[in-house]
Design a protein around this ligand. Structure first.
Ligand SMILES: [Zn+2]
Ligand SMILES: [Zn+2]
Length: 399
């Protein structure tokens, strides 16, 4: 295996940095919510056309944009993905590029993903003669909201003929200049659920004539923690969280019904199946035991992001070339979710975390925080790591 990519990619990208920052700040000032993106994909498509890509497809899966660059030499096809949706958060930063759209903000860094990939596309388009194969640029809408844009783009053929896929997230937990990559699972199966409990309401002082839905709900909250402590192998990962618990109207009334919502996170498919089954059994069993009924409505979200070993190694080598081995961070998987997994169900590939934190410029808040920001130089690192990994894949599979 070689990480030789046939061109000084880092130097080429640096020439494009001012442009990347300009694009990123434009997206940052005019963010658009998941499944409502209009101007962002239109702008992406027009930039890609100006670069002279061989094909630019709009409205892929609804709102996605796919650009195709055919290299000067024959070879395989590799895809690189960036997402471009924003979040329903009021931007509270004091910077001149803060969001101009009330209540909407790029608080996850997707603006940087997209500007970085546009920069990479423009550099590669200028050097297409040296590329042994085809590069597909996937610009994805609606990563933040179930069922996510990726699944629709894949259904609409975005991954047809693609032999490998790479993606990155700018990461606030890691300092600028560092890169986190690992083979195997890196992000979780992210499922959500609703529990509706039906008891029998009545007077708060006459409990024996009622079935108290709050007491049932309380028991369920406790009992479902035994999925982690008593059902799943302690060396495997599972999180069960109840996020909302709503019941009751008055202090002296026993609540007739109770509703809870929560999320269940796992990595392995068999642990996901087991946890969903146990959740249902415990919810229904606990309610029955206490004379009420309960219904579980379980909604499977994004599947786990599982990096394939060979492609994760290509990204690791790419990162060593881009930032040096001492800046690689041993990546612990996160229980967050990402719909990049849908691309990985179609082709091998890897998802990499690019350090974007810099206290000195105020880029020190977590993702989805109203003051979230990135060190914009992280876009260069992301573009170089993804570009090098993609080119390495094409070079390694030549002939
Ligand atoms: Zn996010
Ligand atoms: Zn994100």
């Amino acid at each position: 295996m070689t990480s030789q990519v046939g061109m000084p990619l880092g130097a080429y990208l640096k020439e494009c940095f001012t442009q990347m920052v300009e694009w990123r700040r434009h997206f940052h000032q005019y963010p658009e919510l998941s499944f409502k993106e209009e101007n962002t994909p239109a702008m992406i498509a027009s930039i890609l056309r100006e670069m002279g890509l061989d094909q630019v497809r709009e409205k892929v899966g609804g709102r996605g944009v796919v650009g195709t660059l055919i290299g000067g030499k024959p070879g395989k096809t590799v895809a690189i993905r960036a997402d471009f949706d924003a979040l329903p958060i009021q931007d509270q930063k004091d910077v001149e590029y803060k969001s101009k759209i009330p209540g909407v903000m790029h608080a996850c860094g997707h603006d940087g993903h997209t500007a970085g990939l546009l920069g990479l596309a423009s550099v590669l388009a200028q050097h297409r003669e040296e590329i042994p194969g085809t590069i597909v640029f996937l610009f994805q809408f609606a990563e933040e909201e179930n069922p996510g844009g990726a699944t629709y783009m894949v259904q609409d053929g975005a991954m047809d003929g693609v032999d490998a896929v790479f993606g990155a997230h700018l990461w606030a937990d890691f300092p600028y200049g560092s890169v986190g990559i690992a083979p195997g699972p890196v992000m979780a199966n992210a499922d959500d659920f609703t529990i509706k409990i039906q008891g029998r309401g009545g007077h708060g002082a006459i409990p024996h004539q009622t079935v108290d839905s709050i007491v049932i709900g309380s028991q369920i909250v406790n009992n479902i923690q035994t999925i982690a402590s008593r059902n799943v192998d302690p060396l495997e990962s599972v999180v069960v969280t109840i996020g909302t618990f709503n019941a009751g109207d008055n202090f002296n009334v026993i609540a007739d019904s109770c509703k809870m919502t929560g999320t269940l996170r796992t990595f392995l498919p068999e642990i996901r199946d087991l946890s969903e089954r146990r959740l249902k059994e415990i919810v229904e069993g606990t309610a029955t035991m206490m004379g009420g009924t309960a219904v579980l409505d379980y909604d499977r979200g994004y599947p786990a992001v599982i990096n394939t070993a060979a492609e994760a190694e290509m990204v690791r080598q790419a990162a060593i070339s881009a930032v040096g081995e001492e800046r690689l961070i041993p990546l612990k998987p996160t229980m967050g979710g990402e719909d990049f997994s849908y691309y990985l169900q179609k082709a091998p590939g890897a998802f990499v975390f690019i350090g974007a934190r810099n206290e000195e410029i105020g880029a020190c808040y977590p993702h989805h925080h109203p003051r979230f920001d990135i060190d914009e130089r992280a876009m260069l690192v992301a573009a170089e790591v993804l570009g090098r990994a993609a080119l390495a894949f094409l070079h390694n599979h030549q002939g």
